[in-house]
Design a protein around this ligand. Structure first.
Ligand code: F3S
Length: 428
């Protein structure tokens, strides 16, 4: 790998041991990937490991609350404790293990709360912004066209690559941690012009419009193309950013898609030929009504229509999604046997509270939560057996991670289930 003199100097210790280790980690990672060089980045979004019990147990007991030791081992893969300096880049943290304001309702043990606070204090000290969301592009972290980024959350990477034309691979906790310390990331994959070209063509023959339909389309395409890059033709109704957020999250969770082109809607390719570049399409796939129904059939294998738990906000809900739920719940009350939790970034909850949405939702017996996520933070009400969600990504994870029977439907189907305790959703 070609390194600049500055990069070599940092690796040799000119800026201290932690940055030297971070540079070395990125160089080794880049060589393994076949990258020929590093590229500058000032946009890092990753996870700071250590909020969940168990992860720190591999450290000696006297180091488990020492975040320099924890970060060195769990984020930088260093057995040696490094003194972690302030980050060099604009760095944002992904979700945490708990919403501290709802910790009792989330039934999060005190030990986890203590660990999460310890991580949060560390972030403050080193300058990692504690946005604690999987959708930081909804709260002002919006990279520009062509900007090289090091982001970790798959639903966010596909969003910034496709909708914004920013450039990131789906990174890991180690590479994002190292990138935040030195402002570099290996130049390969979606950083390169050729790595962003499509190699599958999808032809929509169904007029995809609703959020559920966009989620199902994304999931179907992700199943078919796996980690490849599709170009999508035939979109007749311009989707809202919420639709494409769900589309991308579903494609990324079903198959590992990191970017898509939608000529006329996404910025990077004006037509199919431009999206493909020198590539010949591996396959041309139709997405019509039959494929929509097939995707719906992947989910909704639950048998029990008595629903205990509704999850909305995966990826974290936008302000207008929170508003919609507030409107649907206003003046009503949840079934006695059902909980509804909607997850949104903390900054948007502040706005939702200012607008009265939080009050409408919580007066109905539901909860607006931040900083966390049902499936990945593993937070849920006691005794849940059957869940429902309006997110393909969450419906993908809830059975696999938490073992719940899970229904998938529209936001309206989900709120209706919360009010009646019964699932009656169908594909319109
Ligand atoms: Fe976000 Fe959790 Fe979904 S981290 S994308 S709400 S699975």
């Amino acid at each position: 790998m070609q390194l600049t003199d500055d990069e070599k100097a940092i690796r040799d210790g000119s800026e201290g041991e932690a940055r030297a280790h971070a540079m070395d980690l990125l160089v080794r990672y880049g060589i393994a990937l076949g990258a020929e060089r590093l590229v500058d980045t000032n946009s890092v979004c990753g996870g700071v490991v250590g909020s969940l019990p168990g992860r720190r147990d591999i450290l000696p007991e006297d180091q488990r609350m020492d975040m320099d030791a924890v970060f060195s081992l769990l984020n930088l893969d260093s057995d040696k404790r490094l003194e972690i300096p302030r980050v060099k880049t604009m760095s944002y943290k992904l979700i945490d293990a708990v919403d501290m304001e709802k910790a009792d309702i989330q039934r999060v043990p005190l030990k986890t709360q203590v660990l999460a606070k310890n991580v949060g204090d560390f972030c403050t000290r080193v300058g990692i912004n504690k946005c604690n969301t999987c959708a930081p592009y909804q709260i002002g972290n919006v990279p520009v066209y062509g900007e090289h980024c090091a982001w970790m959350e798959s639903s966010a990477v596909i969003y910034i690559n496709s909708l914004l034309g920013a450039r990131s691979n789906v990174e890991g906790a180690h590479s994002t941690a190292a990138a935040s310390l030195v402002g570099k990331i290996p130049y390969w994959g979606y950083h390169t012009p050729e790595g962003r070209k499509a190699d599958y063509v999808i032809d929509f023959t169904y007029d995809v419009q609703t959020m559920l339909e966009w989620g199902l389309a994304g999931y179907y395409i992700g199943e078919k193309v796996q980690e490849h890059t599709p170009v999508i033709n035939g979109v007749t109704h311009t989707p809202h950013a919420n639709n494409l957020k769900h589309f991308g999250a579903a494609a990324a969770s079903a198959g590992g898609v990191e970017m898509f082109h939608m000529p006329g809607i996404t910025p990077e390719a004006q037509n199919e030929a431009h999206a493909l570049g020198p590539n010949k399409a591996i396959e041309r796939i139709e997405f019509g009504r039959a494929q929509l129904e097939e995707a719906y059939g992947y989910f909704n294998t639950a048998t029990d229509t008595d629903v205990d738990f509704i999850v909305i906000g995966c990826p974290h809900a936008s302000l207008d999604q929170v508003k919609r739920v507030a409107e649907l719940l206003d003046g009503k009350h949840l079934s006695a046997n059902t909980d509804l939790w909607i997850f949104t970034p903390r900054a948007l909850k502040t706005m939702a509270t200012r607008m009265g949405y939080t009050e409408s939702i919580e007066r109905a017996g539901a909860h607006v939560m931040s900083d966390s996520c049902a499936a990945l933070s593993k937070v849920y009400p006691k005794g849940v057996k059957v869940a429902a969600t309006d997110s393909c990504k969450q419906a993908h994870y809830l059975p696999a991670i938490l073992g719940f029977q899970t229904w998938l439907g529209s936001t309206e189907d989900c709120v209706n289930a919360a009010l009646t305790g019964k699932w009656t959703g169908t594909l319109a």
